[in-house]
Design a protein around this ligand. Structure first.
Ligand code: NAP
Length: 283
């Protein structure tokens, strides 16, 4: 079996164009991006997000702060952005330097501007099945990529490997809302191979290469690889060994070009949604 590719690059480009068409008829939308420190990977992510904003007609306002920025200074900046009527969305790039309390900073963003969808109010809304919630971008991007490729998870067995607050848990909630029967696996799962074998839809977000062996995957499964790893030679790869998994899967996401671009596209979609909601408009 040769798997169909779930092309996140193409879907993300289409979403960007749709958003650009919508923003062209709106007052200028603005996303504030806060980057603390000089982590090179974070700097690349922020640049990519700024570029994507521009293409979608969204103004990005970068706040690049030194690594020794204090908790008080960062909280004060968030408070200013919360109150700024020109700002529709606020994104604080993670990870923050060790001395900064990540949860406290994220919780300080008003839920209406929390375009990453990490605030407990937005996570709670996702859990409640609220379709208007600003959902975390990676799981929202996964669901959107499936939808655009004609996949309906209703009534299907979905297995999620990973239970992080930014991927696994909200993904499980979104899958439940779309009527999948969901199993969530983690490091204490007793028999990962048996759980994976039951999957009609498999989502791997463990951050560990090779966590799922290709032979565990039941032929015909739809496979989504969320992991991102940079190898010594600079190439990017996912949690899965792509070629043998693609031989068994009906459809599979590549890395790069799968969930990564969808995550950025959903950031733009959330910024548009936040801007519309704040103005009492609809999509
Ligand atoms: P994380 O916070 O480290 O969580 C990893 C999860 O996987 C944990 O729940 C952990 O279980 C589970 N896990 C780890 N090893 C396992 C194993 N051997 N068997 C079963 N479960 C295992 O990671 P994350 O932030 O969710 O990210 C996961 C991956 O996705 C990373 O590679 C990250 O770079 C990537 N990512 C990609 C995007 C994107 O845009 N494409 C966005 C976000 C993340 P425990 O809870 O028991 O520890």
């Amino acid at each position: 079996m040769t798997a169909a590719q779930l092309d996140g690059t193409a879907a993300a480009a289409a979403i960007r164009e749709e958003i650009a068409a919508r923003t062209a008829n709106l007052p200028q939308l603005s996303l504030a991006v806060v980057l603390v420190g000089e982590d090179p990977a974070s700097a690349v992510y922020v640049r990519n997000k700024e570029r994507a904003c521009k293409k979608a007609g969204i103004r990005s306002v970068a706040h690049r702060l030194p690594a020794d920025t204090s908790r008080e200074h960062l909280l004060a900046l968030v408070a200013t952005l919360n109150a700024d009527p020109e700002i529709d969305g606020i994104l604080v790039q993670l990870p923050l330097p060790k001395h900064l309390p990540e949860r406290e900073i994220l919780d300080a963003i008003v839920p209406e501007k929390d375009v990453d969808g990490f605030h407990p109010v937005n996570q709670g809304r996702v859990l409640l099945g609220d379709r208007d919630a600003l959902a975390p971008c990676t799981p929202a991007g996964i669901m959107e990529l499936l939808r655009r490729n004609g996949h309906d998870v209703s009534g299907r067995r979905a297995v999620v490997v990973g239970r992080s607050t930014i991927v696994g848990r909200p993904l499980a909630a979104l899958l439940i809302s779309q009527n999948a029967t969901v199993t969530v696996c983690h490091t204490k799962t007793a028999d990962l191979a048996a759980e994976v074998a039951r999957a009609e839809y498999l989502f791997v977000a463990a951050g560990r290469r090779g966590v799922v062996k290709p032979e565990w995957i039941t032929p015909g499964c739809v496979v989504v690889d969320v992991g991102i790893h940079r190898l010594d030679d600079g190439t990017l790869t996912g949690d899965l060994d792509f070629a043998p998994c693609a031989e068994r899967a009906a459809a599979i996401t590549p890395v790069p070009g799968g969930i990564g671009p969808m995550t950025i596209a959903m950031l733009l979609a959330n910024t548009l949604r936040a801007g519309l909601l704040r103005r009492g408009l609809t999509e």
